[in-house]
Write a protein that binds this ligand. Structure first.
Ligand SMILES: *Cc1c(COP(=O)(O)O)cnc(C)c1O
Length: 345
């Protein structure tokens, strides 16, 4: 058994996957009578490519990887859920994560009846990798590091993540949903050296495509193969696939959007710091700012009354008094700052 197979649930290891019509015959043909599809309403009458080969080829080229190390899901959320379903035996195995972080890891753990062990970050929103590993045991299959982290906005030191890669024996998941906004490098380049590393990225943030639900997981081909066995056969619908092929041609445009948002983030950070009711604007490597205020609830309600919705993170570990504010376009940010200027008076 490979290292990966030893970490997998035995039922998943033994699983014979559903064999769809489109996976049994993939070539060119003129008459398709194998999938009980309707002959009417082209092209939507046809089942989509179950493995999304054309999209993966484009992504692989952009990211400098092989297509067999790419998985596509209905948002990163699908990949997060698959990680639990593939590796964690319910009521026996566990997952470790920093706290605070992205809420879906814990929700997926709970849905799958997997114990979720949280290790609080320190006051600087940083972690000690030794503390994280101290919480892990023989049943720890997954360790989640979100970097840049949501909602704290910071990227973690690469050497700390590297320590986890070298010393954790389960699957290390690095969620890079915000990596396009970060000053730090992605861990994608290290993928060939670490067969137990899974990197999550998404079309929902920098790519401006949250509505179509498309997430990426990058990992060794051994892990990707199991994901493909366990996922729903046609998990990415034809409309999303068509759209993905189009947006992947617009890489330059996406880079411009990111540049604009980085400039806007800096502007917003500077302006927010001026308000007397703002006690701290945390440095951000993402497309949002975590802002500590004197009265988060009152400020949140005030903004809501003005039709401006931010995220209240007041009740989250280490985030009392904090609002998480997404960086919008120049106009949206101006409206926000003007409303805050009136609140301050
Ligand atoms: C927004 C976000 C995602 C994206 O999830 P999708 O399901 O791809 O929309 C993933 N991880 C983190 C930490 C996020 O903040």
């Amino acid at each position: 058994m490979t290292e990966i197979e030893q970490l997998m649930r035995p039922n998943i290891l033994r699983l014979t996957p559903y064999s769809s019509a489109r996976s049994e015959f993939k070539g060119e043909a003129s008459v398709w009578l194998d999938a009980n599809e309707s002959p009417f309403n082209t092209p939507y009458n046809r089942y989509p490519d179950p493995l999304q080969s054309r999209i993966k080829e484009k992504i692989a080229r952009i990211k400098g990887l092989s297509p067999d190390s790419v998985f596509l899901g209905a948002g990163s959320d699908e990949a997060i859920d698959l990680l639990f379903r593939v590796f964690c035996i319910p009521a026996r195995d566990n997952a470790v994560a920093i706290e605070p972080t992205y809420g879906m890891y814990e929700v997926c753990a709970n849905i799958n009846d997997v114990e979720y062990r949280k290790v609080p970050l320190d006051e600087e929103f940083d972690f000690d990798p030794v503390d994280l590993l101290a919480v892990a045991d023989d049943h720890t299959k997954l360790l989640f590091i979100c970097s840049p982290n949501n909602p704290t906005g910071n990227t973690f030191d690469a050497s700390k993540i590297k320590y986890l890669l070298d010393n954790f024996r389960g699957i290390l998941v690095i969620d890079e949903a915000y990596i396009d906004f970060s000053s730090q490098d992605s861990f994608l380049k290290r993928l060939p050296d670490y067969p137990r590393l899974v990197i999550l990225q998404t079309f929902s943030k920098a790519w401006g495509s949250a509505g179509v639900r498309l997430g990426m997981a990058f990992a060794s081909s051994g892990i990707i193969e199991v994901f493909n066995k366990v996922k729903y056969p046609y998990n990415i619908n034809a409309l999303t696939q068509e759209y993905a092929l189009e947006i992947l041609e617009k890489e330059e445009c996406v880079k411009e959007w990111v540049d604009v948002l980085l400039r806007e983030r800096l502007k917003l950070e500077t302006l927010l710091q001026e308000f007397p009711f703002v006690t701290k604007v945390y440095p951000s490597d993402a497309n949002f700012l975590l802002v500590r205020t004197r009265d988060a609830a009152a400020l949140y309600n005030y903004l809501q009354d003005k039709g401006i919705i931010v995220r209240n993170r007041n009740k989250i570990t280490l985030c009392s008094g904090c609002l998480r504010i997404t960086v919008g376009n120049a106009e949206e940010n101006r409206i926000l700052v003007e409303a805050l200027a009136i609140y301050g008076k």
